[in-house]
Design a protein around this ligand. Sequence first.
Ligand code: SF4
Length: 487
Amino acid sequence: MWKKFHIITLWCQMNYADSVRIKSVLTNCGFEYVDNQDEADILIFDTCSVRQKAEDKITWSLKDVKKDKKIWITWCMVQHNFRNILKKNTPNQFKRWNFLWTTEWNQIKVYWVENDEIKDLIDHKQTSLENMVFINHAFNPLFFNLRQTYPNLELCFRIDDTGFLPLILERIWYEWLKYDIELLNEYEKIIPQENANMSEHQTTAYVPISTGCNQFCSYCIVPYARWLERYFSVEQVVSEVKSHLKSWAKEIVLLGQIVNKHPEFLTILKEVLKLDWLERLRYTSPYPTYYSDELLALHENEEKLCPHIHIPFQSGSDEVLKRMFRGYKAEDCFNFVQKIQKLKRKISITTDMIIWFSWETDSDFDESLKLVEVWKFDMIYMWIYSPRPWTFAFKQLKDDVSAKVKHERWEKMNELLKKWSQENNKAEIWWVRKVLVDEIRWDEWSGHTDNMKQIWWKIDWKDVKAWEFIDVKIIDSWEFKLFGEII
Ligand code: SF4
């Protein structure tokens, strides 16, 4: 019996939260989770599509899967490729791999179908394409192409269908499984089990409060991969956080594509801050224009809300921001950073920059450099622009910055970042910071401060364990790194 499964969660924090849900649904219907890939009968790849490199790496890692294991693939790679369905003429020999259900009736109807049958259903007005939910993706080019090379690829499913997995699986050789019909639910309503910890950081729980995005920035695949925004209820979020805190978590990270756009974001933060056992609260990713003064006041006054704001500005050039459809100007960002810097509590600020977006001229790039000089970020995550299918930029804007220029711009931005990282870190010396211990390397420990800086210290106190919070006094600093001693 194929019962043991392992989930390989790739990169994105949101995927960790999703993997927790997959694990809960599968264990609830009789599967068994194993920590070790070698022991698993089924390997589930929870994938990422944000950059082409991410997808390429996943395809490469499939090569290492032994032939006696089944492969399932879910999330972004499946979801955005889904859009090709019915456009390609997928051969009918995949009939038994296709499912769909329609949402038009009050009950779930699952069909096993071929392309022609879908057309018939629509022609006979039994349903419409918009109301169909495709479950297994034999029509999906991803499934079709990969199965030529990996016959052990059994299932591609949308993460949104996770709650209904038992229904799908029951029909593909897993007749033995048992499920509670009451637990079949939409993605946003899945309640993760207690102890369903997938996080590589064993005291950090990633809890989604929304999924999808309506912003449609011109370069971003997320609205096509995760689709439009849906919000989780305050009750659901608080109850999930409570259950993690009760059983294993000390740090909570609230997640959403635009996390601070949730209409009840402040309520969620305030409710979570009241909970026992919480040591540290973070959230990602916010959007500059959805910050309210009340949210900044929470950062100022609530000790457990980290004194760190990651705010993805992407560029300092108005022209580039306009082409990115970001909906704000460089001046808005400048004013926002000024507001943060005026708070009584010192907040560290990090950002994302795409510094070589299509048609970025030297003067556009200089605008970005100018703003980094003024804003003095603690960290900039610089992304190599990678055109993604479906997006406006992919279709309409040429990626015309040469590799050489990209490299030179990257170096320039990095030099500036190093300078400010060094300066900002120097100002940390003699501060005492609460640190979450991450790991031991050689004769040193490392961890993260509450303002999200990496810190190292010599092993001088044997009782310290990984995943604990301790107080560390900062005694030295470099770019990107602090050095301290335990007090
Ligand atoms: S806000 Fe823009 S960059 Fe962020 S997920 Fe939405 S579309 Fe993508």
